[in-house]
Write a protein of this length. Sequence first.
Length: 327
Amino acid sequence: MPLFPTMRPRRLRRTAALRRLVRETFLQPSQLVLPLFVRSGEGVRQPVESMPGVSQTSVDEMLIDAREAASLGLGGVLLFGIPDTKDAVGSEAWNDDAPVQQAVRALKREVPELVVITDVCLCEYTEHGHCGVLRNGDVDNDATLELLAKEAVSHVRAGADLVAPSDMMDGRVSAIRAALDAGGFTDTPILSYAAKFAGPFYGPFREAAESTPQFGDRRSYQMDAGNSDEALREVLLDIEEGADMVMVKPAGPFLDIIHRVKSETGYPVAAYQVSGEFSMIEAAGERGWIDRDGVMMDSLLGIRRAGADVIITYFARDAARKLRAER
Ligand code: PBG
């Protein structure tokens, strides 16, 4: 390779036009998915304290956010439900009239251009806050599968375009695929939270979704943060079981996993920039310690550059607005 002074990398950075010409990675609103938290009632908009700008809303208020998401050109929304009642097995999860199911029907009626993704998990619905049912104080993997399958079918019956199981039970993708197929929903794709790591980055979300485990933690089902080979095994297993898209989560601290999953599978990869990543940027921005918008955009661009096709992020609307303004 010719060395300096023949090579001068700065030549291509001299003007904004040149920089734009040779840029390798772009963000687009259509690649962003906005998470929304729905609960029952009317006119409800309850802010989540640890996540500025994020609220639990009733379905009517959720539609306002969703219309805005659509007008900004976002790719879709990801729905989480806060049920009126919780029990040991999470039975509100497959109640066809629970908030998520109502929200899905309203969205498909009122904002049909948005892809509606539903999070399939039991932790918001169980009184103990674990992602599956318990036996002898431990999460019973196999007994949980049929409940997750019922939940997914209920979401799709309501009209969900894509179901996203986030529970990390073994075998859930094939259980859900089989149940969807048996229900005649052979064309509904599954986005599996395939490499989901346990840890502190989900803290603020648990306030938003009211899903904090009442004892213990999720380390017996979510992955250990040190593991990359295992993440790939998880992803390959889910693909074999019928996942159409795979997710890595969290995103920013796991960019190497995103890159590896994309390059080794070639599958559509989603990355979830989770609540802790979001709240850290918001908090430092609020104090004036960082340029909040700049860090927001670079954090998203980094996730794209690592290989994510889709980013689930609480910044989705603000990022789309910025992208518009930059045009
Ligand atoms: C449900 C679920 C969680 C998140 C998405 N789905 C929480 C958890 O596993 O504890 C986290 C999202 C975020 O932190 O923004 N299992």
